[in-house]
Write a protein that binds this ligand. Structure first.
Ligand SMILES: [Zn+2]
Length: 326
């Protein structure tokens, strides 16, 4: 027996409607929903801006533990760019923004332009991004995750693929590295939020050389409803480090981390942050989040519900563009 799924009556829409605007405001209202994502690399990855070395930053280990540590960075642009590409491929499939050329001639009308923002290239219009992010930081030190780099380079070479090329010399991160990150959607409607969520859940490749490596699982572990950003990615990683160090001691740097431990530590940090926040923060996690994600799954698997959602997204944008033109 197939149960009828609809976007309008879905659990996810009802939950989002409680907190998010039902139309895109012309002026910021700062109604925020943050997606807390644990990004887990399943293969080696090249996280370099240019050249051969990984992007690394010297920072404090934790908020309690003040030792210095070099952490590999997952640059903001390296998180958002592949997700936008996922969205833009989806748009093309739907016949939206077909003339929209990323960074060159952006159309200013498709979901990608209106949600992630665009700069005016030829005179008219511009839109600030309504998805806020920050660079992500690995939990453990750079030294703990670059051990096998030479091995990777050698195996690449022996297979003959890129022998002698500069790529073989590039630094890689090892698999099973976690980046706890937060993407905050600001003043988005429920249908727009779904577009952002889809891009995050459907993107599996990050970093350079991503047709060959850089496979990532994005685990959504919580959603935060608030009137502003709750904490930075660095603060989140530092909070996670403190907790893992308490539990594991020096073993923390010995073996790859276990995802469930990372997720548990992330949730701990979020609850502490919510308790200390001056403004109210609502956390959606655990069973409620699982029910919400199950509802998302049902929705995308139902052709009708999917169309209903996309119609609403189209309407939200049409209404916004009309308001803008007045
Ligand atoms: Zn566009």
């Amino acid at each position: 027996m197939i149960t009828q799924t609809s976007w309008k009556d879905s659990f996810v829409k009802k939950r989002l409607e409680k907190q998010l605007p039902n139309e895109i405001p012309l002026f910021p209202k700062r109604q925020c929903v943050s997606l807390v994502i644990v990004r887990e690399f399943d293969s080696t990855a090249v996280l370099t801006t240019e050249g051969q070395t990984l992007d690394v930053e010297l920072v404090r280990c934790g908020r309690k533990n003040k030792d210095l540590i070099s952490r590999v960075l997952l640059q903001k642009r390296k998180q958002i760019a592949p997700e936008r590409r996922t969205g833009r491929a989806f748009n093309r499939d739907l016949g939206w923004g077909e003339k929209c050329a990323y960074m060159e001639q952006m159309c200013g009308k498709c979901p990608d332009c209106l949600i992630y923002g665009f700069a005016a290239t030829s005179g008219e219009g511009a839109q600030r991004s309504r998805v806020w992010t920050d660079s992500g930081f690995a939990i453990r030190s750079y030294e703990a995750m670059q051990r096998s780099i030479t091995l990777n380079a050698i195996s690449d070479t022996t297979r003959g693929g890129i022998s002698g090329s500069a790529f073989a010399e590039r630094e890689h991160i090892r698999p099973q590295v976690f980046f706890p990150t937060i993407e905050t959607a600001v003043d988005v409607t429920p249908s727009e939020f779904m577009y952002i969520l889809r891009n995050i859940l459907a993107t599996t490749r990050y970093g350079a050389e991503s047709n060959r490596q850089g496979f990532v699982q994005n685990h959504v572990v919580a959603m935060l409803f608030s009137r502003g950003e709750v904490l930075s990615n660095l603060a989140l990683t530092q909070g996670v480090y403190d907790r893992l160090l308490e539990r594991k001691g020096e073993n923390l740097n010995e073996f790859p981390l276990e995802r469930s431990e990372v997720v548990e530590a992330v949730l701990d940090v979020l609850h502490e942050e919510a308790r200390e926040s001056y403004l109210p923060v609502e956390i959606c996690a655990g069973e409620e989040l699982q029910a919400l994600l199950a509802s998302v799954r049902d929705l995308w698997r139902s052709e009708e519900a999917n169309e209903e959602w996309l119609r609403e997204l189209e309407n939200d944008h049409r209404a916004y563009l009309e308001k803008l033109s007045k």
